[in-house]
Design a protein around this ligand. Sequence first.
Ligand code: ADP
Ligand code: MG
Length: 436
Amino acid sequence: MADITAWALRTLKQRYGYDSFRGRQLDVITAILGHRDVLAVMPTGAGKSLCYQIPACAPGRNGVPALVLVITPLRALMRDQVAHLTGHGIPAAFIYSETTEDGRREIYTAAREGRIRLLYVAPERLSTQGFLRFAQSVRIRLLAVDEAHCVFQWGQDFRPDYLGIASFVDRLPERPVVAAFTASATPDVRDGIVRNLRLHDPLRVMTSFDRPNLYFGRREVHSKTERDDIITTYALSHRGESGIVYCTSRARTEELAEVLKTAGINAEHFHARMDERLKIDVQNAFLDGSLDVIVATTAFGMGVDKPDVRWVINDGLPSSLEEYYQEAGRAGRDGKPASCLLLWGRHEFEFRRQCIEESAGSALDAQQDREKARKAALERCSAMEGYCTTSGCLRAYMLRYFGEEPLEKRCGTCDSCTGRSSLHRGAGAKRAYRKS
Ligand code: ADP
Ligand code: MG
């Protein structure tokens, strides 16, 4: 045990240049190296990747090389991580739909010979014959399932291919350790992951989702003009700070960015349909601080690590509290006080419910499945509505939603606790360093 700790710390320092592990990273690594399955629920940015990357550096048994297989649905993430690992001298590769047969064969050979430590694939790869044959011909020490909530059938990110992971594992000559990682886990989702991935008595690791330095506010609005006014006023009184406004449509990002620019705010819009070049320019300008405000759809933010975003405003309803927390959570990564405001309208809930009734579960066949998917979507909607309308502490509401018992009934740094219905910040600093 002490040996593993010392080895892991040495590896962390040598490979990544970091001095210590964060949160419960070391517990996860120790479990994996001790052949125990893991369910790790940690918020975005907590450092889940290191938990499966460090074990990949451990020596193989009796000189037989061992591979870490990473399942992830995100192609951009595969590419980034492989580039990052290679940069740190850890040989890694990824296979995706466009990898040629020759390319795949090369990777398989390299993995068999121990020249690749980590291999990233999308879940659909597991069901192909060629990949299965390869997987049966190497020793896989760890199967790391990233974004593991995708295995949960009634969740919004459900990926049917994730359900094939357990039977893939069953077909391997030697069962690897299976470790599941997610940042999105209500108690239902957690149980779904353990069941569907058939984890064996997993070590369950939960890191708190609380972000004490964030102030949470929400306000009901009745018109677009009112939204425009609130956002403009806020941005004007926080000039020079980095802020993100999330909108629910592409057209709205363009329209609102114009409104802000007319008011003299240094803002640009961002959405998936923009020219690639322009997207990169806008993103880079925001990252280097030459652009203050980015007005974006949910397309913005994944993998964008800007520590000093001081405020995030959601101009309209996110599809769930998970999504909201993800977006709001892009504020204050540096641990300094930051604010998150949600603007919502009653009609948005009506509209959302209508859409759910019309389309829920259309991708699934059985009547029973459709019904479950519909119910789950309605529950997500009600949870969102609860957040908008509760008179209780907003932080506590959110943490309970994530299955966590808040430390205090009233946090003191949300609209409910302060009795304000506006964006406010400052008191956050007091709590920012309270827990560590
Ligand atoms: P997650 O997948 O949980 O969202 P990542 O694995 O992408 O988080 O890690 C987020 C960032 O934190 C990365 O830049 C990573 O290098 C950094 N990081 C992870 N662990 C540590 C650590 N122990 N010390 C310092 N930085 C770390
Ligand atoms: Mg991650």
